[in-house]
Each structure stands twice: as C-alpha cells, then as structure tokens.
Design a protein around this ligand. Structure first.
Ligand code: SAH
Length: 469
C-alpha cells in the first residue's frame, strides 16, 4: 500500500481574490493557488482541501468569516449543488467585469499579447431564460435535499433534472430552472408527475435498468417548441401513453419526437429520432434569414446573443461584396449564410456530415446561391490544393471548439494569408495561444467579448486580426 500523504490543515481566514476561469473562485496562500466553488471575491473563508493537483489545490468553503460586499442572493434554490449557473451570487455587472478580466488575463498571460482596442463586453439581453436548449435526465437516484433527508430515507428516489457535478449517477430533482422560457418548466413538472403516477421506472445509470432516460427541450424565438423524449426500453404501451400525454397536455409543443436508447451511453447523435406529431423541426429566425433546426442539428444555445456575436464578426469582416470568405468550423452554416450576401462567395467547412446537410438546406431555403460547404477534419481539408481549387480567401472567420485550432490549421492560414482573420472563440485561453502563433504575420486589432451565458463563467470572444503590411 502506498504511503498516504499528510492531509492539508484547514486554511483559515483566507480572502478570495479573483473569480477564476472554470467557474471557481481563486484564493492564494503563500504560493499555493486554491480554487473554491460558490464563493466570491472579497469573501473571507476557511478552506478545506478536497483535491490536490500538480500546480494548484481544490478546496471547499467550510466557514465564512466575512461576506464580500459583492455577494447577492442567488435566485435558484438549487444554487450550491447544481453545476450550472455558478455565478448567481454575483451581480450581473460584476459577472461581466470578471468575464472581461478573464479575456484580458488570458491574452496577457498565455498569449503574451499586447492588448489592442478591447471593447466593453456586450451584455446579454436576457440574464435568465436565455437558453433555447436544455437536456434533463431521469434518475432513480435523486440527490436528497437536507429537508428531504430529515423526512427519512423511505421516500421515492425518482427524479428528473441535472447531473450533480462529478457524479454521473446522481441528479438534482429540479424544481424550477431559470434558464429556458415557458413551457419548459411546466412540461418537465407535468411529465414527472405523470410518470410517477403511472409508476414508470426511472433510469439507473449504474445498473442500466429503468424505462425513462432523458428529455430534451428546444425552443426558438419564433415560438416553436420541440420535445425529444428518450426511453431506455422499447415498451410500446408505455411509450404511446407518455407521448399521448405530452401531445394532449401541451398544444404548445410544435414538434414532438422520441428516441429509444438502449446503449450504455446517453448520446443520441447516432440513433434514429422518431417523429410523433407536429413538425419534424423548429424554425429560428435571424434578420430576414430562416434556419431550420432538426432534433440533432447544432444551433447556438442563446439565440439573441448569437445574433449579437454574428453581427460583431460581420462588422469586423467589413465585407464589400467582392471577397471570398471562409467560415471554418461552420456547424450548420449559420455564420456562412449570415455573411454570404455581403461576399462574392462563402465557403463553410465542418466535420459533421449532418450539419453540412443542414447548412446546404439553410442556403437553399434562404435562396442564397454563393455558399459552398465541405465535410471533413479541418487539419486535413485545409491545404494549398483546397485554396487553389476554391479560391484564396480575403477573409477567414474561424469558430473552433474549446480546444482551439490544430497547429496544421494555423500553418495553413499563415500560408494562405488572408487579409483578415476573425477569430470567434468560447475559450479565451486557447484563442490567445492560437493568436500568439498567428502573430508573426498578423496584428491583433480589436477584441470584442460577448456574453452568451449569464450566471456562468463562460465568455465568448471575437478577435480581429489584420495581415501586417
Ligand atoms: N460556427 C458555428 C458553430 C461552431 S461550434 C455556429 O455559430 O453555429 C464548432 C464546430 O466545429 C462544431 O460544429 C464541431 O462539429 C466542429 N468541429 C470540431 N472539430 C472539428 C474539426 N477538427 N474539423 C472540422 N470541424 C470540427
């Protein structure tokens, strides 16, 4: 048996000094960095260490000596347990301040970049009820609240809600979620009650037993509302009863679907979505464009802010109608279509085939004829022959996933050397790293953070890079 390391003592009366990038606040004791969730800068607390990593520690607040004046009362009763909305105890203005700071810190620390014009972060129009997609999990092992614990242990453990952070097999039985508009909460509550009344079994992700597995709600600014029920067993009678219940009780649902998922994992991307009634998709609108969203199609989860984000990208691109524009990591081609009319030609690249089918269909629906879409891994698709065949870009818009761009992609961009690169990112750390690599040929001109996810630490950031003369 290995020798156990001596546990750290409780660190006493430590002041929280920053709101960290992973949604946890930051404390420092001598040279040790400690991340602590659910506290805010200015709090003075006792910290118990729960995990040690190579270069930092993770802790938990066990006593609060002084509450920071920045603290506000969180709106949601699940705050402190739920993994979402971890910044609810900060005012929205303070959240924005720390997001702006997060972008600057990453650009200075990781990118070692000289900060150019940094525009004040664009506020989200809605601070709650901004998400157009939520997925809830049914579970036979809900987390009991303190009050429920007091009531005794012989209670029904079935619930529907979100996973507890770090626990794949436990969920919070969500009472109200303030992230998605009506009728999201109403449907979830009615559905839970119906399933409990019918004594249907809720899924247990340890034993893989149980009938009800997940439910996904997707909404749109057009008022369309999609429900996708996910069952773990193909029990016709129970499926029909559940779907009939939803259909009859909620005429607000414009697209009703279900999936039978008997696999070990929760992903439904590789499964057939069966249509029950209503339309097979929902429609989203942006300016005069219409986007069709199927059950498995990607769409930015905050529709209002997606529009703000795209407008920034389009402004930075400053198109005149003569340019060839590339949209890298284009998803369902929303940005490609959004800028196409101001360009000579717009080319979208993405590795999910069904997303590219959606992208083509979105062009057709909007009578846009100058877009071309390609499927493939970016690091393989982008090469000198591809640029030769499809035209040298004057402008490249790139919106990679959190890991950022592959160095091969960065090298191809340096070779193709478009006049402008607009880098849209949901992770300022990898964005700063990539921009540092592009800096040999490009000058960072502007940075515009955009808030897409109020109550969380997430920040979207758009950078404008211009080729050096
Ligand atoms: N710009 C889009 C969404 C971008 S999300 C919009 O605003 O709607 C990032 C996209 O990159 C996802 O659709 C993902 O499937 C795609 N992607 C991730 N890694 C990739 C790779 N190596 N090659 C191509 N596409 C990739």
């Amino acid at each position: 048996m290995g020798r156990r390391r001596k546990p750290y003592p409780i660190f006493e009366k430590v002041e929280i000094i920053d709101a960290g990038s992973e949604g946890k606040a930051v404390a420092k004791v001598d040279d040790l960095v400690i991340f602590v969730p659910y506290v805010v800068p200015g709090d003075v607390i006792d910290i118990k260490i729960v995990k040690r990593k190579r270069s930092y520690l993770e802790g938990k607040a066990v006593k609060i000596h002084k509450e920071s004046p920045l603290r506000i009362i969180p709106r949601c009763e699940h705050f402190g347990i739920c993994g979402g909305c971890k910044w609810q105890n900060l005012s929205y203005d303070d959240q924005l301040k720390y997001k702006q700071k997060q972008v600057i810190d990453n650009f200075e620390r990781i990118g070692k970049l000289e900060i150019p014009e940094i525009l004040p972060i664009i506020r989200s129009k809605k601070q709650y009820f901004y998400r157009n997609k939520l997925e809830f999990t049914f579970s036979s092992r809900k987390w009991l609240t303190d009050e429920e614990m007091e009531e005794g242990t012989d209670q029904n453990m079935n619930g529907v809600g979100f996973h507890l952070p770090g626990m794949f097999d436990r969920i919070i039985d969500v009472k109200n979620c303030y992230l998605q508009e009506y009728p999201s909460n109403n449907i979830r509550k009615a559905l839970r009650q119906f399933c409990l009344d019918q004594s249907y079994t809720f899924y247990d992700s340890r034993t893989h037993l149980g009938f009800l597995r997940n439910v996904i709600f997707r909404s749109a600014s057009t008022g369309n509302f999609m429900v996708i029920m996910i069952f773990a067993k193909n029990d016709r009678d129970q499926i029909n009863k559940t779907m009939e219940f939803l259909e009859k009780s909620f005429p607000e649902i414009t697209s009703l679907n279900y999936v039978v998922n008997t696999k070990m994992n929760d992903s439904i991307n590789d499964l057939e979505v069966l249509h029950w009634n209503g339309e097979k998709y929902i429609m989203e609108k942006m300016e005069d464009l219409q986007f069709k969203i199927g059950p498995l199609s990607f769409y930015q989860t905050n529709s209002d802010q997606a529009y703000e984000l795209y407008k920034v990208a389009r402004d930075f691109a400053g198109l005149t109608g003569n340019e060839i524009v590339y949209d890298l990591y284009c998803g369902t081609g929303t940005i490609t279509n959004f800028v196409a009319r101001q360009a000579k030609k717009a080319i979208g690249i993405e590795y999910i085939e069904s997303a590219i089918e959606d992208a083509n269909e979105n062009s057709k629906r909007n009578k846009i004829t100058n877009t071309r879409f390609f499927v493939g891994d970016m690091a393989k698709v982008l090469n000198p022959e591809f640029f030769e065949e499809n035209g040298q870009p004057e402008v490249v818009i790139t919106d990679p996933p959190r890991v950022g761009m592959h160095t091969k992609v960065i090298n191809q961009l340096l070779l193709a050397s478009p006049q402008k690169i607009i880098y849209v990112s949901c992770n300022p750390a990898t964005q700063a790293r990539d921009i540092a690599l592009l800096a040999e040929k490009y000058e960072l001109k502007k940075i515009q953070p955009v808030d897409m996810f109020p109550q969380t630490h997430h920040v979207e950031n758009v950078s404008l890079l211009v080729r050096k003369a």
